[in-house]
Design a protein around this ligand. Structure first.
Ligand code: HEC
Ligand code: HEC
Length: 374
């Protein structure tokens, strides 16, 4: 065998599978996060759980995997980093089998950003959507901030992916080796006269034990944490009076959909209720008014309640007149609201199967297909 053809195994099969799976999961998460309709949230979240699983593997492999997957093999001194950059500038780069110093920085940054994205996503899911392991522990305001961090990190990730690809292309050109190919077959050629270095092997037992251990803690921890009731929702009795007196003309609106002042104003004058006379005797009216005020938007920490607190000044008793409602439904064609199964924008239940509960979860949204008018 001639020396020229000698190769050395840099990336073992698990590392390569991890790398390409990670690419698929990240691209899927970015596409579903930016472009998919709201009701794809479930898919986006599952991709997020997949990402966390991949990161657990990568971190365990970073300690116990084969030589070039180990973090310790690509922690470089600033001096090495500087001479690497100098080498690139002069067209005579230093030779590295595994990650080069710039590539190594990118790997650490990518892992940090991916961990940050997973955590901020989980906090956002718990606080804003009242779902997932943190639903019982995070309030809306915190979840909202986490959502902004999540979005910022997603943009940072996109920029880093481009930098990473640029680095692979540039480094490959300068070092005249195909880095993408070695992430597929795992090998890199030895330079002429170069001796294969002695490599630390994978420590399978500690690697598998730590993956199983962390996995178990995460699964058991999040399953038991998700048993804690979502903090955005409170226990509310069902008022028979409200159900029977206010359901003649439309759906029963969840009390969390308007602030207490709005309910008070509405209940003060039912004789001119959206052009209808919805008058009740004083006793019935008071029972309903007390109930609605007691469970008004101020008492909930859900996404809908937090956003519907700010009503329209001219139409304070109309949910569909609030800026938030209009914003969230701006993309829906007027025709859809008028079409047969929906009939009016105020018919929330036509598109939100969980409208009764006040949740309005993303995965429970579906716009019914318009039926042909007979
Ligand atoms: C006689 C029929 C009638 C009765 C009874 C009635 N409503 Fe209404 N209500 C209407 C109409 C009509 C609208 C406007 C619906 C639309 O915009 O399509 C409306 C709208 C509403 C809205 C605003 C929905 C939106 O567009 O944001 C709320 C909230 C509401 N009603 C609450 C109540 C409550 C509480 C009661 C019981 C005290 C009640 N309604 C009883 C006819 C009625
Ligand atoms: C024709 C169908 C339709 C009707 C009727 C409708 N919605 Fe929606 N709603 C949607 C869609 C679609 C979205 C998601 C919009 C988006 O992409 O952000 C949405 C989003 C929302 C959201 C935000 C949910 C989230 O987690 O992002 C709330 C809250 C909401 N609607 C409340 C209401 C209320 C209250 C009513 C009734 C007064 C109502 N909707 C009537 C279709 C509808």
């Amino acid at each position: 065998m001639s020396n020229k053809k000698q190769k050395i195994r840099i990336w073992d099969l698990p590392t390569r599978i991890y790398h390409w799976l990670q690419l698929l999961v990240v691209v899927g998460a970015l596409l579903s996060g930016f472009f998919a309709p709201e009701w794809w949230l479930g898919i986006h979240v599952w991709l997020g759980y997949g990402l966390i699983a991949l990161l657990v593997f990568r971190i365990a492999w970073g300690f116990f995997g084969p030589e070039y997957s180990r973090f310790s093999s690509f922690i470089f001194s600033p001096k090495t980093l500087i001479s690497h950059i100098k080498g690139i500038k002069e067209g005579k780069p230093l030779h590295f089998f595994g990650h080069n110093p710039l590539g190594a920085l990118m790997i650490f940054a990518l892992i940090a950003v991916l961990l940050g994205i997973s955590l901020s996503g989980l906090i956002n899911l718990g606080g804003v959507e009242n779902q997932g392991a943190l639903a019982g522990f995070v309030d809306y305001a915190t979840g909202d901030i986490a959502g902004k961090v999540h979005l910022f990190l997603a943009f940072a990730l996109i920029a880093m992916i481009f930098l990473h690809i640029l680095g692979v292309v540039v480094e490959g050109k300068i070092s005249k080796s195909n880095l993408t190919k070695s992430m597929i077959d795992g090998d890199k050629p030895l330079l002429e006269g170069e001796k294969a270095p002695i490599l630390r092997p994978t420590l399978f037992v500690p690697a598998i034990l730590s993956i199983a251990g962390i996995g178990l803690i995460l699964v058991v921890g999040s399953v038991s944490m998700s048993k804690v009731p979502a903090s955005g929702f409170i226990a509310m009795p069902i008022s028979q009076t409200y159900q029977s007196e206010c359901s003649d003309c439309h759906i029963i609106y969840h009390p969390s959909l308007l602030p207490k002042n709005s309910w008070a104003i509405m209940m003060d004058d039912l004789s001119e209720h959206f052009g209808e006379d919805a008058s009740l005797d004083d006793e019935t009216r008071d029972i309903i008014a007390n109930y609605l005020v007691r469970y008004s938007a101020e008492n909930w920490d859900s996404e809908a309640a937090n956003n519907l607190l700010l009503v329209d000044k001219e139409k304070p008793i109309q949910i569909t007149a609030t800026a938030y409602w209009k914003l969230r439904h701006a993309k829906i064609d007027e025709e859809v609201f008028k079409s047969k199964p929906v009939r009016t924008a105020a018919n929330c239940e036509a598109c939100h199967s969980d409208a009764k509960t006040g949740r309005f979860a993303d995965e429970n949204i579906s716009i019914p297909k318009p039926k042909k008018q007979p």
